[in-house]
Design a protein. Structure first.
Length: 430
């Protein structure tokens, strides 16, 4: 992607933002009408076009005069929620105050301003729009639709304007606003544009008041997402979920006696049984360990953004929600090489797990060389829920190794399977 394209789009975006803060939708239509009629209406012989041009110009001039002496000296405070859900409307109050007691809050409008809507050139150059490969060669070369998609993604949703009408509080007004997030992650506001409209509602005049604010957007959660029945593991007499691990050591329970094989410790030879059978026999020990489910989110992909990755995060959040209702959250949540320990099934632990999913990002590391923490956790896990958007042979090898340790492995994938047919039979597409 060429840098001059980035400069063009940046300049155009700034210009459009300035126009949006000066003209309403109706004002834009009237202004375009007046601009177009300059080339036709100034000929007095075409009297009708000249009359339309004169009316449009007069309306714009009257609107401009009505706003000429307006003052904009305000401050405001938002009351944002800590978190919201993708696709769900968030309603929150705003308190707008004048800095002077003599100023009046009348005929005002309010709209949020995104903190950093424009991507850097590096991000613009490296981040592909979803399904960009289906666009024609000219669109791919120019990158306009990629730029537009990145702007929308950074903004996180549509920014509406709200009339400042509500409960009076001293020299301020408390009013209600809303925002519908269209992506997960952190959405940040840089401030707000507070303005008035002209007498005919064509022009705007206002001021951007800086006041940073942000909230966390969680992945979409489906209430109908069910907990798979075959979670694995056993339950002891205390109703605790446990798993037997094969090992040796003091305090471990003797479970069986088997034939001695090279590599077994001679300290575990069962001499009495060996004498009776005429060949060496060794003792096999097991130990019960507390166990629970482990969630693993596969984020090892090169793309900066993937719709399939968003789907598996939504599936993981939905399954966590279902498990929390049954007070049966997993003990560990892995997102690639990072992990979060979940000590209990409280709402606090549930919120921490969802926040981890909300902020998940891709990791370009090699998949096969980054799984030591997962294998270590698998030693005491009853089951593993494996979420991936790349279902291929390398993933299959890892899953076979986990299953070989006697662990129940449940696979959820989004996207096309590019591996052996046996994978599709053991996985759940989301």
């Amino acid at each position: 992607m060429k840098k001059r394209h980035y400069k063009w789009y940046s300049a155009t975006y700034r210009l459009n933002e300035k126009i949006d803060r000066k003209l309403t939708m109706t004002g834009k239509a009237v202004f375009l009408c007046a601009f177009a009629l300059v080339f036709f209406g100034l000929n007095t012989r075409v009297s009708m076009l000249f009359a339309v041009f004169s009316v449009a110009l007069a309306l714009l001039a009257a609107d401009a005069l009505s706003l000429m002496f307006k003052k904009f000296d305000f401050e405001f405070e938002r009351f944002l929620p800590e978190c919201a859900m993708k696709g769900k409307e968030v309603r929150y109050p705003v308190l707008l105050r004048t800095k002077s007691e003599n100023d009046v809050l009348g005929n005002l409008f309010y709209t949020e301003v995104p903190a950093a809507p424009m991507p850097t050139f590096e991000v613009f150059n490296a981040t592909k729009e979803p399904r960009e490969e289906k666009r024609n060669s000219f669109d791919r070369k120019m990158g306009y639709y990629r730029w537009k998609w990145l702007i929308d993604k950074n903004c996180g949703g549509k920014y509406s304007e709200f009339a400042v009408t509500g409960r009076k509080t001293g020299n301020g007004t408390m009013f209600s606003t809303s925002f519908t997030p269209e992506r997960r992650g952190k959405i940040a506001f840089g401030g707000a544009y507070i303005f008035q409209k002209g007498v005919f509602g064509l022009l705007k005049r206002g001021k951007i008041v800086a006041n940073p604010g942000s909230f966390l957007v969680l992945p979409e959660i489906s209430e109908s997402f069910a907990i798979p029945e075959n979670e694995g593991g056993q339950v002891n007499e205390k109703s605790e979920k446990v798993r037997e691990t094969q090992d040796t050591g003091s305090g471990f329970e003797l479970k069986s006696v088997r034939d001695f094989v090279p590599g077994d410790s001679i300290r575990n030879i069962h001499w009495k049984s060996s004498a009776k059978s005429g060949q060496l026999r060794t003792k096999e020990f097991y130990k019960e360990v507390d166990s629970g489910a482990v969630f693993f989110i596969d984020n090892f992909f090169e793309e900066h953004y993937s719709e399939d990755f968003e789907k598996i995060l939504s599936a993981a959040a939905s399954l966590l929600n279902s498990m929390q209702k049954d007070e049966n959250l997993p003990q560990l949540l892995f997102i690639g090489k990072e992990n979060l320990e979940i000590p209990d099934s409280s709402k606090k632990s549930f919120a921490a797990a969802l926040a981890k999913l909300a902020l998940a990002e891709n990791d370009p590391s090699k998949f096969e060389n980054s799984l030591e923490p997962l294998f270590a956790a698998a030693q005491s896990a009853s089951s593993i829920f494996f979420f991936t958007s790349k279902y291929n042979e390398s993933r299959l090898d890892v899953l076979k190794q986990l299953a070989g340790k006697g662990i129940s492995v449940r696979i959820f994938y989004s996207g096309a399977s590019v591996s052996a047919p046996e994978l599709a039979a053991n996985a759940e597409e989301i």
